[in-house]
Design a protein around this ligand. Structure first.
Ligand SMILES: [Fe+2]
Ligand SMILES: [Fe+2]
Length: 305
């Protein structure tokens, strides 16, 4: 990333925090800050947790987790503890804390592993398992590297038979952490058979689980997952967290078919869904124009200055 001075950093922070700007611009500013990293970027991102948009705030938490910087812990802790925040935002804060993986977070995550908001409770259960794994062998193990350069809530399982993985993934009596491990293995295989198995994941009873299936399809950017993602977005009774993730995944796959579906939900009654479609259409524009840099707020700010 280019070198950047404090004034430029704070200009990008202003774009992120400007409620009059379109959501897609604020998202680009957020991703620019995430890529820049460091203490000032964390401050700019953390300042935005009072915003009205659940979508934006959950993405702030996601980015702070991916930055893997312990200086983000106080802000994430405050969000997880704040019951006024939407469960989607608190879920993402819990997951981000798991991604940072500091053993001192155990006590905090224990406190929320039975939270009345099931998305939050399940996330904290998974994050606690991740902490165990990091403490045991996470740092040294090859498995910790995701081919999508993401910090995943769980490492992939070492099993490599698709049917066995599918059974584990769909076994509701198993801990979610083990089912996530199976899911990430299927993602890493990226075959037709493994994609069909992942699509089955939309039948799981946990909305958290279903949203993660949509998320990994977004990472894979594989056209073979479109029918599953379309079904999730089109199901207006589906949890908005799942529909949101399906919309963004369609935006990253970015075929004409994806764009048409997204356009249909640009005015969905649920803000999280319609904002996701707006951001997803912006991402699909990027996917279809090679000369364009997605997280480009730095360049825009430099051009202005
Ligand atoms: Fe999430
Ligand atoms: Fe999300």
């Amino acid at each position: 990333m280019d070198s950047i001075n404090d004034a430029e950093m704070s200009n990008i922070g202003d774009v992120l925090n400007d409620t009059t700007r379109p959501m897609k611009e604020r998202f680009r500013a957020l991703f620019t800050l995430r890529n820049l990293g460091g203490e000032s970027a964390i401050k700019c991102i953390s300042k935005c947790f009072n915003d009205e948009s659940v979508l934006l705030k959950h993405e702030l938490a996601y980015c702070l987790g991916q930055m893997q910087d312990k200086r983000a812990i106080p802000a994430l802790r405050a969000v997880l503890e704040d019951k006024q925040q939407d469960p989607i935002v608190r879920h993402e804060a819990g997951e981000a804390l798991g991604a940072i993986g500091d053993p001192d977070l155990r006590e905090l995550l224990e406190r929320y592993k039975d939270d009345p908001a099931v998305e939050v409770a399940e996330t904290c259960q998974i994050a606690l398992e991740r902490l165990n794994w990091v403490a045991k062998d996470g740092a040294s193990e090859k498995l910790s590297k995701s081919p999508y350069s993401s910090v995943d809530p769980a490492p992939p399982s070492s099993e490599n038979d698709v049917q066995t993985l599918k059974h584990t993934m769909m076994n509701e009596s198993k801990p979610l952490y083990d089912r996530y491990r199976a899911m990430f293995s299927l993602r890493n295989m990226a075959t037709t058979e493994s994609i069909i198995a992942l699509g089955e994941g939309f039948k799981a009873s946990s909305a958290l689980f279903r949203h993660e299936v949509a998320f990994v399809f977004g990472q894979m950017q594989d056209e073979r997952s479109i029918p599953f993602l379309k079904m999730a977005l089109e199901d207006t009774k589906e949890h908005e967290m799942v529909r949101h993730e399906a919309a963004e995944a369609l935006g990253s796959i970015a075929t004409d078919e994806c764009i048409q579906v997204l356009q249909r939900y640009l005015h969905d009654p649920r803000p999280v869904v319609r904002e996701s479609c707006e951001v997803a259409l912006d991402m699909s524009e990027y996917e279809n124009s090679p000369e364009f840099q997605y997280a480009n707020t730095l360049l825009a700010v430099k051009a202005q200055g």
